[in-house]
Ligand binder design. Structure first.
Ligand code: NAI
Ligand code: MG
Length: 489
């Protein structure tokens, strides 16, 4: 068996600079920041720390490329073909990219190899197919006129992404932007810049013209804020925390940028007593613990009908006991470390809140091991709706279980939150399932399943969980402007 250090050394880190106008350049300030492997906390690379200067250069490159029209006015089918080429190059490197993702983020290699990178490829191919299918309408207006709409690219887009699915979030944002003919300045999360930079290199190799995709690694309040404020940017697409989105919304108001936000959640996952309890238990476990609990749509409020509550808790505790936590490069590992010290500390703070507020911690509740940012799969019972562990997004492997007794009660309690990203319901009663699905205020509802994503299915939040939708045709619309043309006949 190779040692952890040898395995960690496996993926080569080739790109660590800013990618601007097709060139790899250091930050104008010369500064760099460290990125770590969260399982060992070892520094794995020094990455260019872009700030306002670099954002200026990147926006100039994206603007020149957009206004020059090489990409935006390219034959749409050719644009789609280049996107397919990018997807093919990523597919050819799927193992290497998965290892790089695991190295930078700490997620298990089995997840990055089977989920993250294949979903990147799928998303790019899905949107490649849209490139030549972006159509307007002819509109029968009053009078002797010919009226039609065109859907045109929104322009230069600033894209700011988080660290929980680094490559996949890049793909969700690049796919519709590229298909629509936009040009891009992306700021990856400071915790996880490496796969995005690698994908930018592959985009160049695929023949996507210089200046179409620009990547400036750096921090939020410097590089991110400069991108949001820049007058040369037409739209910001952001995924991350609600309070960051509010800062962005205020700043973007100055220049009336188009905005799409995909934010957090405290998603209800509801198990009725008539459900297939084996499937529901496995589903509830997966809905929360997948990706170390670092999912915007995590099923973090698990409501269980009182008749089956105790039995369900027993099953969930057993799942936690069996869960393999450890070296993310071990193919058997199911749970790796949290992404960084700040997240690790936040999660353990919430475990303390849960105990202080009177909930019972029946599984886990502390650090796993003594090295790396690992947290035991943790389960709280005797949770009430107003406890902090039941209202706030924890973004870690901490599941809270609540009891309910009837459908009207559960619909009311499920909706008693400012979030509205996702919801799950487990039942064999079709009527109950549809009633819940229609009444719950959430952008996605999963029935007898959870976390089923597809590039063709729109995703996004009601209420404070977001603005607009990503994926599917709706995701594409968010990268176009509609133009009405009226001609006298
Ligand atoms: P964050 O919202 O601060 O970071 C997300 C991205 O925004 C990063 O690229 C960051 O550099 C950038 N950013 C930060 N401040 C900015 C600013 N003023 N202007 C422009 N860009 C800015 O989220 P963070 O701090 O990484 O995580 C905090 C919490 O947010 C997590 O514990 C979790 O609850 C939530 N979160 C939700 C995510 C989701 O998928 N909905 C993803 C990541 C975090
Ligand atoms: Mg932050």
């Amino acid at each position: 068996m190779a040692t952890l250090a040898e395995k960690v050394a496996r993926p080569q880190i080739r790109q660590t600079q800013c990618f601007i106008g097709g060139k790899w350049v250091p930050a104008a300030s010369g500064k760099t920041f460290d990125t770590i492997h969260p399982a060992t906390e070892e520094v794995i690379a020094q990455v260019a720390e872009g700030d306002a200067k670099d954002i200026d250069l990147a926006v100039d490159a994206a603007r020149a490329q957009f206004d020059g029209g090489e990409w935006s006015q390219m034959d749409a089918r050719d644009r789609g073909a280049l996107m397919h080429k990018l997807a093919d190059l990523i597919e050819a490197e799927v193992d290497e990219l998965a290892a790089l993702e695991t190295l930078d983020n700490g997620k298990p290699i089995s997840d990055s190899r089977a989920a993250d990178i294949p979903l990147v490829i799928d998303c790019l191919r899905y949107y490649a197919g849209w490139a030549d299918k972006i159509q307007g309408k002819t509109i029968p207006i009053r009078g002797e006129y010919f009226c039609y709409t065109r859907r045109e690219p929104v322009g230069v887009v600033g894209q700011i992404i988080p660290w929980n699915f680094p490559a996949l979030m890049a793909a969700w944002k690049w796919g519709p932007a590229l298909a629509a003919g936009c040009t891009i300045v992306m700021k990856p999360a400071e915790q996880t810049p490496l796969t995005c930079l690698r994908m930018a290199r592959l985009a160049q190799k695929a023949g996507i013209p210089d200046g179409v995709i620009n990547v400036v690694p750096g921090y939020g309040p410097t590089a991110g804020a400069a991108l949001v404020a820049h007058p040369g940017v037409d739209k910001i697409a952001f995924t991350g925390e609600m309070s960051t989105a509010q800062i962005i919304q205020r700043s973007a108001a100055e220049t009336m940028k188009r905005l799409t936000f995909e934010l957090g959640g405290k998603s209800p996952n509801v198990i009725f007593a008539d459900a297939d309890l084996d499937a529901a238990a496995a589903g509830a476990h997966f809905a929360l613990y997948f990706n170390q609990g670092q999912c915007c749509c995590a099923g973090s409020r698990l409501f269980v009908e009182d008749r089956v509550h105790d039995e369900m808790v027993d099953r969930l505790i057993q799942f936690n006991r069996d869960r393999k936590v450890g070296d993310p490069f071990d193919p058997e590992t199911e749970q790796g470390p949290q992404v960084d010290q700040a997240q690790f500390d936040k999660i353990l703070k919430y475990v303390d809140y849960g105990k202080a507020d009177g909930a019972d911690c029946v599984s886990g509740g502390k650090r796993h091991g003594d090295r790396g940012l690992f947290i035991e799969p943790t389960l709280f019972t005797n949770v009430t709706d107003e406890m902090r562990i039941a209202t706030d997004e924890i973004f870690g492997p901490v599941l809270t279980v609540l009891k309910f007794s009837d459908i009207d009660e559960i619909i009311r309690r499920a909706n008693n939150t400012n979030f509205g990203l996702a919801a799950g319901v487990w039942t064999r009663d079709v009527g109950k399932a549809h009633r819940f699905a229609s009444k719950v205020r959430a952008g996605t509802v999963w029935v007898n399943c959870y976390d089923v994503f597809d590039a063709a299915a729109p995703f996004g939040g009601f209420k404070q969980s977001g603005l607009g939708r990503e994926l599917g045709e709706a995701g594409l619309d968010a990268y176009t402007e509609s133009k009405t043309v009226t001609m006298a006949l």
